[in-house]
Write a protein that binds this ligand. Structure first.
Ligand SMILES: NC(=O)c1ccc[n+]([C@@H]2O[C@H](COP(=O)([O-])OP(=O)(O)OC[C@H]3O[C@@H](n4cnc5c(N)ncnc54)[C@H](OP(=O)(O)O)[C@@H]3O)[C@@H](O)[C@H]2O)c1
Length: 314
């Protein structure tokens, strides 16, 4: 079975590629830069050049493909409008999948995408979810609140570097998930027929409030965080201000995303079904405290070794 993966170089996508190869799939990845994606080739994937903003580059990748996993999304670091990748790019992708009679289209989306029509990325995600559902292509959709790996950038690194950590007042618990586990869910769904035409809310079984994550990072790093609490209303104002200027649209979108995540409630309604249908024991899934413990062990060890080497050289 040939699996076509988009976003294979991304945080989650690379874990999906690895898991799919481990599970014996033939993996073909559409990549924008073959040199940067060479690690996927070394793992055993076939690389084909393609860019969602250049529709003419996509059809050659579809030859002999049985299923697609789309883990691509606009990169915050790219200066490309979200609509070009997450709307127009995906429209072409769905059309090509229909034409190629793909047996399963796995689309990765964001929790509560349907509730935020004023946030472009959320609106695009929700529209594509609907498009896939009505396309007639057998589909599976996974919706996430966030990944453990995002927590490293949002909390762990700023705390280690003694930089401010932004958090919202009254933030609800969020069921983040490790990308290796998210990839496991995705690839496993291909072999379970009950996952056909279903949408799954995906997270680890334990949800964490931002203040709990900060406390945990403080304990594991031995550093006190410089926490800046902001209210949802201030966040909304900031979003409106930044949204005025074209150059800051991505900042505005990122602020919007924080707001969405922070307003998310009742996630666990649905997560249990995901574990049941995919036949996964929640105990097999990595928990955030263990993940962060390992992260800080490695990073503090490396920093200590660097300090020792420096003192020898002086
Ligand atoms: N990160 C989160 O916390 C989070 C939360 C909820 C849902 N999700 C969803 O989970 C999925 C994976 O997210 P992620 O954080 O792993 O993404 P990511 O690390 O930002 O990776 C994005 C991927 O999309 C590719 N891409 C971007 N523009 C492209 C284009 N024009 N044509 C082809 N490929 C393109 C990138 O390729 P290059 O290497 O060439 O840049 C990269 O491989 C996305 O659907 C995202 O919306 C993520």
């Amino acid at each position: 079975m040939t699996l076509l993966i988009l976003g294979g170089t991304g945080t989650l996508g690379r874990q999906i590629v690895r898991k799919a190869l481990e599970n014996g799939f033939q993996v073909r990845c559409i990549v924008r830069n073959k040199r940067a994606a060479n690690f996927l080739k070394e793992w055993g994937a076939e690389l084909v050049y393609g860019d969602l903003t250049l529709p003419e580059t996509l059809p050659p990748s579809f030859q002999g493909v049985t299923a697609i996993i789309d883990a691509s999304t606009t990169k915050a670091t790219d200066n490309i409008d979200v609509i070009n990748v997450d709307w127009y790019g995906k429209l072409i992708l769905v059309e090509l999948a229909q034409y190629a009679q793909i047996k399963r289209f796995i689309f990765l989306s964001i929790l509560n995408s349907e509730k935020y029509p004023d946030i472009t990325l959320m609106q695009m995600k929700y529209r594509i979810e609907k498009l896939i559902k009505y396309s007639g292509i057998p589909f599976t959709i996974f919706k996430y609140a966030g990944f453990f790996q995002t927590i490293i950038n949002q909390y762990a690194i700023p705390i280690l570097e003694k930089k401010p950590v932004f958090t919202l007042l009254e933030s609800p618990p969020i069921p983040y998930i490790d990308t290796q586990d998210a990839a496991f869910f995705c690839v496993k769904s291909l072999s379970i027929k009950e996952t056909k035409n279903k949408t799954f809310i995906t997270g680890s079984s334990q949800a964490w409030k931002s203040e709990q994550i900060i406390e945990l990072c403080e304990r594991l790093s031995g550093q006190k965080a410089k926490t800046l609490m902001i209210s949802t209303s201030l966040l909304k104002v900031l979003r409106q201000i930044t949204g005025f200027f074209e150059w800051s649209l991505q900042i505005s979108e990122r602020l919007a995303f924080i707001e969405v995540i922070s307003n998310t409630q009742n996630f666990d309604s649905g997560i249990e079904d995901t574990y049941t249908i995919l036949d996964i024991n929640p105990k097999e899934i990595l928990e955030l405290d263990f993940f962060l413990q390992k992260y800080f062990e490695i990073i503090l060890n490396t920093l200590e070794k660097r300090k020792q080497t420096k003192s020898i050289l002086i």
